[in-house]
Design a protein around this ligand. Structure first.
Ligand code: KMH
Ligand code: ZN
Length: 281
């Protein structure tokens, strides 16, 4: 696919308002951030939720409100809900995000150091989350932070815990995962067990570099405040839409137009959903 699927990760579980006043917390704020990102050219939004005080939430009630508000705004963006949640949450808690209206869910492919904490994804957990995604008819996005996770991907496919359609995202630059470098991104891309669409996501200041590389290597791009708060050194992004706008500009500069949500659905194998048919302005 020549077109680029831009995913906006608008809140995440880790960034706080102490770091940037633009981090959304309330469901209405998160939904607005998603709609703004869509208007800027995002075809997919990756959603987390928060409690009003900013603590990460995987509560269905929060995700339902976010999804409802996005759709009530006439926004047809592809909705991807995090099953990663935050470190320390149980798998059952993390699965609370898979509400009606979700079209994709993340599938984190291994346990790792995550900054100073441990992000636990034991193999039975991965199999359980994969089964829940399949049962709900959601397209998995496999989160790959390290090379061994590609072997886990191959094993899930071989054992039929996972089958197409699915999507892969390489997340580079998490302290504890692979660093954000061209060598690593190329290595991961070459290690995919079968041809599949993939996205590059760089954390922190690596967001720009990984986006540029992914665009060159034929991949898709994720940006947003979950991964990076800054538009440039010392300049905070006013929201994920700023970062989406820049990714769209970068894509056009290399001759790739942003995919619409409908085009992203076709490319990702998402069938039948309750998105609005209204087009982006
Ligand atoms: N918050 C991280 C520990 C996902 O959304 O699936 C996990 C994460 C991945 O953000
Ligand atoms: Zn996430």
């Amino acid at each position: 696919m020549d077109k680029v699927i831009v995913t906006a990760a608008v809140v995440g579980a880790e960034v706080t308002r102490a770091q940037s006043p633009y981090v959304p917390y309330m469901p209405a704020e998160i939904a607005q951030a998603a709609v703004d990102a869509w208007r800027a050219g995002a075809a997919v939004v990756h959603l987390h939720a928060r409690w009003p005080d900013g603590r990460p939430s995987q509560e269905a009630v929060h995700f339902r409100e976010i999804v409802d508000r996005i759709r009530s705004a006439g926004c047809d963006v592809v909705i991807q809900c995090s099953t990663g949640g935050a470190v320390g949450m149980s798998v059952d808690e993390r699965l609370g995000s898979l509400v009606d209206g979700a079209e994709m869910g993340t599938l984190n492919l291994g346990t790792m150091n995550f900054g100073d904490e441990i992000f636990v994804n034991a193999r039975p957990d991965i199999v359980k989350i994969a089964a829940r995604l399949r049962q709900k008819g959601l397209v998995p996005e496999c989160e790959v932070y390290d090379a061994g996770m590609l072997d886990t991907l191959a094993s899930l496919l071989a054992k039929k815990h996972l089958s197409p359609p699915y999507h892969v995202q390489f997340v580079l630059g998490v302290p504890g995962g692979m660093g954000a470098s061209e060598r690593n991104l190329r290595f991961l891309q070459q290690g995919l067990p079968e041809p599949v669409a993939w996205t590059g996501a760089g954390v922190g200041r690596a967001q720009l570099e990984i986006a540029a590389l992914a665009l060159r290597l034929g991949g898709h791009v994720r940006v947003g405040l979950e991964d990076n708060l800054y538009l440039s050194k010392g300049i905070l992004a006013r929201g994920s839409h700023d970062l989406v706008e820049r990714a769209v500009t970068m894509a056009r500069e290399v001759g790739r137009d942003p995919a619409t949500p409908a085009e992203a659905r076709a490319a990702l194998g998402i069938r039948g959903s309750n998105q609005s048919s209204e087009a982006r302005e």
